[in-house]
Ligand binder design. Structure first.
Ligand code: ADP
Ligand code: ZN
Length: 728
């Protein structure tokens, strides 16, 4: 009989589940409505695709992103899964054909936009079928508190009433508690069926660098990613157009993307990016919502994003395939001032909130010491438990030591004062360096005592010092005119001759400590390039994006293990049975030819081991539980639901560990003592592998939620005197 694990391997070609995938799938298969909150790239799709293949009837997938449906359906078909979509982008013939296929019961997954769901012909169609599951993708659209409210989503409740036998799974990458609550309440879910994955994306290298010469920095950065996809985000359309043109002139394969282009141009540029025909997209934040491209290797923020939430969402578009990806933010105080200037035009609450967003981003960007992941995850209410992630700039390369800059700082501050606190850093620098510019002469600033006293530093060094004094709170800057003013702190420092520490050296990108970076699989780059070429060829033949054929991760593994037969190809991640049959020979042929020429032998792939920290969290949870910590306290500590902790304990027991601390479980259960005894007896006779037999034995009187608790209680052996080692 197929199981979630066997489908994962045979159909999708993956060896192990990502965090919480297994839990969500099992919960849904136990026919409980569930809400899964996972970051972009967390693997939400499999959470409904695997149950869809394990249930006899149809799975509906509701999604507002029409552009993504085609992509998802193409990916599923490449895996040999019968999926179709029905939306306005189809021709009348294609639409009718898809309707027919659904009617004949040949389709396992049907993708629909919410607005088409309520049309007479769709409802008619569905009424004639068995609908087993209703999947609501982008479920935050149901909430007015989300960033993308869609009134049609509110009507989904009616569909639930119409097909009450269908289990409902809602998915989103929006983590705020408010939105979460709204989804559960609107859809009538119970809190115990919420699954919140960690928002940490281990494979993203996170870096913030001072923006000194952005074009040169961008070019140097992009050159490191030859032939690999990347997104560059800019603040304005004009900046997008300029930068795209500059990069094109330097020989990069690049296209712009913003709301000022025609729909047709936008579509074409996006398509070219998705199909690996162009390497780089320069975009305003409008880009990324409707794409699913897993092999984006870098995201560069050329300008300051508007909030941490937006920033995290944007960098999240890198590395969905789980391979290393690099996220670089170019930061300058000038950009902050620019953003603040725009915010000044706003009013009331909107202005206050926008300011708060920028301020937290500034704090994040200016922090040179703490691991970047801490503040980012804290923003989403998650505690990052490690001191260092070893995959961000602050963890891998500490900043240069501070120097005593008291004398030049005093000169700069005095000069701000002498020029009347009406000028920006550029003018102050000119005065310090004794410039004879028109502006200096016009204001007679060549007569000041601070005129020409700063020849020892370059213009750039003075500007840099000015920015540091601003950041350290010695200066304030007018949001509109950029003029500088001394603060109380500066007056105090001047009076007391207090020492000031900073950097005189112009800011530089910190040297990257490559050794400290997370190492990934070593692979043969020449072979990888050949495999990519083959992939592109097959993709163009089928008129699909290359990643529909195989992901980069799959090709990387091929270029590391050199599989020379279909059998060994099947051990590569991402190679399921249908893909092996369809594309296997083509790729094995490339590997064989290369290996023959170079005299390379196949490398055996070791059996998969679970490696991610979340995957091992259940051990920490199990141990803390056995040491006496209550389930509720664990849920709080890891910011997950009680149900998730119970699942973790289940896995801990399944891995052969004995559970103790049954008292804590007893407290959780709302059953009377005699009901508990009955349930424990039922487990003793029916075993703990499945809940359904026990549920039936108890006449359906005890809910699955309760049974999960009691199954664990049973496994502690505390309440019935025997220690039981049956797997749950
Ligand atoms: P999300 O919708 O949460 O952004 P997806 O479902 O698109 O994420 O998955 C992101 C990528 O990860 C896809 O390329 C998918 O095939 C891959 N993936 C998902 N689950 C697994 C797994 N268990 N093992 C390996 N790769 C996976
Ligand atoms: Zn770090």
């Amino acid at each position: 009989m197929p199981t979630p694990q066997s489908i994962l391997k045979e159909v999708f070609g993956y060896d192990s589940f990502r965090p919480l995938q297994r839990e969500v799938i099992e919960n849904v298969l136990e026919r409980r409505d569930s809400l899964a909150i996972m970051p972009t790239g967390g693997g939400k799709s499999l959470c409904y695709q695997i149950p869809a293949l394990l249930q006899p009837g149809l799975t509906l997938v509701i999604s507002p992103l029409i552009a993504l449906m085609k992509d998802q359906v193409e990916q599923l078909r490449a895996y040999g899964v019968a999926a179709v979509y029905l939306n306005s982008s189809l021709s009348a013939e294609a639409y009718a054909e898809n309707m027919e296929a659904v009617r004949r019961g040949e389709v396992k997954l049907l993708y629909l936009a919410p607005e088409s769901l309520f049309t007479g012909r769709i409802l008619n169609l569905l009424d004639s079928l068995r609908v087993d599951m209703l999947t609501i993708d982008e479920a935050h659209c149901i909430s007015e508190w989300g960033h993308d409210f869609r009134p049609e989503y509110r009507q989904l409740v009616e569909i639930r009433r119409r097909y009450p036998q269908a289990v409902c799974l809602a998915l989103t990458a929006t983590a705020t508690p408010r939105v979460r609550q709204d989804i559960s309440r609107n859809l009538g879910f119970s809190h115990n069926n919420e699954f919140v994955a960690s928002f940490n994306r281990e494979n993203l290298y996170i870096e913030v660098a001072p923006k000194t010469n952005p074009l040169a920095q961008t070019i140097r950065f992009a050159e490191r990613f030859k032939d690999q996809s990347g997104i560059i985000y800019c603040f304005s359309r004009r900046q997008v157009d300029e930068l795209a043109a500059d990069l094109a002139r330097k020989g990069f394969s690049v296209r712009p993307y913003h709301a000022g282009l025609t729909d047709e141009d936008r579509r074409r540029n996006q398509e070219a990016f998705i199909r690996d025909d162009v390497q780089i997209i320069v975009a305003t934040i409008a880009f990324g919502m409707g794409i699913n491209k897993p092999n984006v290797r870098f995201v560069l923020h050329y300008d300051l994003p508007k909030s941490i939430e937006g920033y995290y969402q944007e960098i999240g578009r890198a590395g969905r395939d789980g391979l290393p990806a690099h996220c670089l933010l170019l930061y300058s105080y000038g950009d902050v001032a620019k953003l603040k200037y725009f915010i000044e035009q706003k009013q009331g609450d909107e202005k206050r909130i926008a300011n708060q967003h920028v301020d937290s981003l500034v704090r994040y960007a200016e922090d040179e010491h703490n691991c970047r992941r801490k503040p980012l995850l804290a923003y989403f209410g998650e505690n990052y438990p490690q001191a260092k992630c070893q995959n961000c700039d602050n963890c891998t390369s500490p900043p240069p030591a501070l120097e005593n800059v008291t004398i030049p700082a005093q000169k700069f501050l005095s000069c701000v004062k002498r020029t009347g606190e009406r000028f920006g850093a550029g003018h102050v620098t000119e005065v310090l360096r004794g410039s004879k510019s028109e502006k200096v002469l016009k204001w007679e600033h060549d007569k000041l005592s601070t005129y020409g006293i700063g020849m020892e530093l370059t213009e750039k060094q003075w500007m840099h010092l000015g920015r540091q004094l601003l950041q350290m709170g010695y200066l304030q800057q007018d949001a509109e005119f950029y003029s500088l003013r001394l603060t109380e702190k500066a007056l105090d420092a001047l009076r007391k001759r207090a020492p000031i520490f900073g950097h005189l050296q112009e800011p530089q990108e910190r040297p990257r400590n490559e050794k400290a970076r997370k190492t990934d699989l070593d692979y043969n780059h020449a072979l990888f390039a050949l495999l990519r070429q083959k992939r592109k060829e097959l993709a163009d033949q089928d008129n699909v994006p290359p990643y529909v054929i195989f992901s980069d991760k799959t090709l990387v593994e091929m270029a590391a293990y050199y599989p020379q037969s279909l059998a060994s190809l099947m051990s590569i991640s991402g190679v399921g049975q249908v893909k092996a049959r369809q594309f296997g020979d083509s790729f094995v042929a490339v590997v064989r030819e290369y290996c023959q020429k170079k005299g390379i032998a196949e490398v055996a792939k070791e059996s998969p081991r679970e490696k991610s920290d979340q995957n091992r969290r259940y051990v920490a949870v199990g141990e803390a539980f056995n040491a006496g910590e209550a389930v509720e306290s664990l849920a709080k500590r890891y910011s997950v639901s009680v149900a998730t902790i119970l699942d973790n304990l289940g896995r801990f027991a399944a891995a052969g560990n004995r559970l103790q601390n049954g008292k804590s479980l007893q407290r959780l259960s709302s059953l009377s003592a005699s009901e508990q005894t009955a349930a424990l007896q039922a487990f003793a006779s029916a075993g703990t592998d499945y809940l359904k037999p026990v549920f039936e034995q108890l006449g359906g009187r005890v809910s699955y939620d309760e049974l999960k608790i009691l199954r664990l209680l049973f496994l502690t052996g505390e309440e019935h005197g025997t220690h039981n080692q049956t797997k749950p």
